[in-house]
Design a protein around this ligand. Structure first.
Ligand code: PAF
Length: 280
């Protein structure tokens, strides 16, 4: 497995990989878990080679403490990627990606600033900017993103469409712990009771799905989510959005088209998100 820390190195490696066949890309911020490995497996199924990136992108963190505390586990990450047969890993530092600051940014102007984007101002602009840079540097045929960050996936799909980027975007279903908690690099920062309580994120979405399937309104589903989450003292619901899965416009009443439910829950030191798409 090639380990490249500079743009020049990964471009050299890409030259060979792209000549030999198609390349699937998995962008990560490290602290890898089974969710990331599902992205790698999906990319490996579709392509001759998989390239991964590990970069804790400073521009998508609103809070300096959150950036500082983000888990960094490079050695384990590299071992996991090597075992999975990844051909090359790009691990730049911030100076390699942002050599002259943030003069040029990429923003999906509406999608980045609604819903979860309102809770985390600037977050999706940081994501769109770094993903654009990584797409330009690597020039893979396709890239794989988790469905857990439902809005991030929508932002990236929209950006690729609007900017005519020559890359195919694939969404991969969320991988969960045995009790339903979505795998996330941030889960390690939950303290004991919080980890137990955190199972209500998925539970609340499952209950809401059952209500919608019974023909109840999105308002009733939202009420039940609030009830389930607030039953746990360590969980504070800070974002709850029920949207049309295609347009991301808010939905009211009994839905007639596929909807997405997104929740953000704040714990003492960390905010977790989860999501469910419900086909009608
Ligand atoms: O989902 C993530 O891990 C990050 O937002 C991404 C896409 C790697 C951009 O930094």
């Amino acid at each position: 497995m090639h380990i490249c820390r500079s743009i020049a190195e990964i471009r050299n490696v890409m030259w060979d990989l792209a000549t030999d066949g198609s390349v699937g890309l998995v962008t990560t911020m490290g602290a890898l878990h089974a969710g990331h490995m599902a992205l790698v497996a999906a990319a490996a199924d579709d392509h001759d080679a998989v390239v991964a990136t590990i970069f804790v992108n400073p521009t998508q963190f609103g809070d300096a403490k959150d950036l500082e505390n983000y888990p960094r586990t490079e050695e384990t990450d590299l071992a996991m990627l090597r075992d999975a047969g990844v051909a090359a890993v790009f691990i730049p530092d911030a100076a390699e990606i942002y050599p002259d600051g943030e003069e040029t940014i990429v923003e999906t102007t509406h999608l980045a600033n609604i819903l979860h984007g309102e809770v985390r101002p600037g977050h999706y602009r940081g994501v769109a900017t770094v993903v654009t840079k990584l797409f330009n540097i690597i020039q893979a045929d396709a890239a794989y993103f988790g469905e857990k960050d439902y809005q991030q996936l929508a932002v990236i799909r929209r950006m690729v469409r609007d900017l005519h980027m020559p890359i195919t975007i694939h969404g991969v279903p969320t991988v969960r712990e045995a009790d339903g908690l979505a795998m996330s690099s941030r889960n390690v920062r939950l303290i004991a009771d919080e980890r137990y309580d955190a199972r209500v994120l998925h539970l609340s979405l499952t209950v809401a799905e059952a209500l919608i399937k019974e023909g109840k309104t999105v308002e009733q589903a939202a009420e039940s989510i609030r009830g389930v989450i607030s039953s746990k003292r360590s969980c504070k619901l800070v974002g709850l959005d029920i949207v049309d899965a295609e347009t991301f416009a808010p939905v009211t009443g009994v839905p007639t088209k596929t909807i997405g439910i997104m929740i953000s829950v704040q714990f003492l030191q960390v905010m977790l998100i989860d999501q469910k798409e419900i086909a009608i």
